[in-house]
Write a protein that binds this ligand. Structure first.
Ligand code: R5P
Length: 313
């Protein structure tokens, strides 16, 4: 695009936005967000956006409502400041689990969030590892949906001794497709756990399909939130004879009891990409994988009107 490339950040993950801007070799744009005494937010760009190709980076991490409203305000303000094109870059898309009407009288909130982003004026969306692929289809504007599969595959390949004795594990049925793709990429067998969710924070298992005895189990999931799914999966794998367990996630949301659960679990290491900014205590079990260069490359190709499909896998 024959327009200046401009990168701005909401407040949710400024280090990732800075990393992306550094990789692109452009300064992070100047904007400010204030909170009034009545709790309303106030967003303002501190530079001209006129005819710019504007990318606004905002992960919808907790406090989710604040970060969502800030993103909507930044899109709206960019459009009314005469930006030529506005792309919402949403490394972590919250509410993605509310993607279907699986109970009476509920909201399909993932679609509602898509509606809000489009109504605010976004021309495009760039995101990563949506909980389910159908969320992509809730948008009528173009969506580029990146995957962290390669980053995670590299992590396992370099971190795990004797990779040939490993098995990829999907901790629930929803992750089977993702786990199967990774297993094929690393030429490893696949196992999966039949998970049943009891509440927002508690899960139970109804069994394991596949052989993990004497093997290093490598769990892959889209996100770790309270770590209920993770620690339950580790218990099942250990009970079935797994020697060692590692896990890797695209989104390390780490809320509530997550860190305490991980610390107490026999899992050796938990890795997540930096789509979500970790603000807790450092833990020797936690690893962070960078997706800044991947987002930077996708933004650069979008700006130049080049294909980004080769970055999808
Ligand atoms: C659920 O289907 C997802 O793939 C994750 O397994 C889930 O979001 C993890 O949540 P938690 O860490 O709270 O168990």
């Amino acid at each position: 695009m024959d327009r200046p490339l401009m990168i701005f950040s909401g407040q949710s993950n400024v280090p990732l936005a800075q990393e992306i801007a550094d990789n692109l070799g452009v300064p992070l744009g100047k904007s400010s967000t204030e909170r009034f005494a009545n709790d309303c937010l106030f967003v303002r760009y501190e530079q001209s956006l006129r005819e710019g190709d504007v990318f606004i980076i905002q992960s919808l991490t907790p406090p989710v409502q604040d970060h969502l409203v800030e993103l909507l305000m930044m899109i709206d303000a960019a459009k009314s400041s005469s930006a030529a094109r506005v792309t919402a870059v949403i490394p972590y898309y919250a509410y993605a689990r509310s993607d279907k009407k699986d109970a009476p009288r509920i909201s399909i909130t993932a679609r509602l969030v898509a509606d809000l982003i489009q109504t605010a004026g976004a021309d495009r969306v760039l995101t990563m590892t949506l909980h389910s692929a159908q969320v992509h289809g809730f948008f009528k504007i173009p969506v580029d949906h990146l995957s962290a599969e390669l980053v995670i595959a590299n992590y396992f390949a370099t971190r795990v001794d004797q990779l040939e004795n490993a098995v990829i594990v999907a901790p629930d049925a929803g992750d089977l497709k993702r786990a199967s793709a990774l297993a094929r990429r690393l030429a490893l067998p696949l196992a999966f756990i039949d998970k049943q969710r009891l509440s927002d924070t508690e899960v139970t298992s109804r069994g394991l399909v596949g052989n993990v005895k004497g093997k290093t189990a490598l769990i892959i999931d889209d996100e770790v939130s309270t770590a209920g799914t993770l620690v339950q999966a580790v218990d099942v794998l250990k009970q079935n004879g797994a020697e060692a367990v590692y896990a890797a996630f695209t989104h390390g949301v780490y809320v509530g009891p997550a860190i305490e659960r991980i610390e107490k679990s026999p899992i050796l290491e938990v890795a997540a990409t930096n789509t979500c900014l970790y603000k807790g205590q450092p833990s020797p079990k936690l690893q962070t994988l960078s997706v800044g260069p991947l987002f930077a490359e996708a933004i650069w190709r979008t700006h130049r009107g080049e294909s980004v499909s080769s970055l999808f896998t």
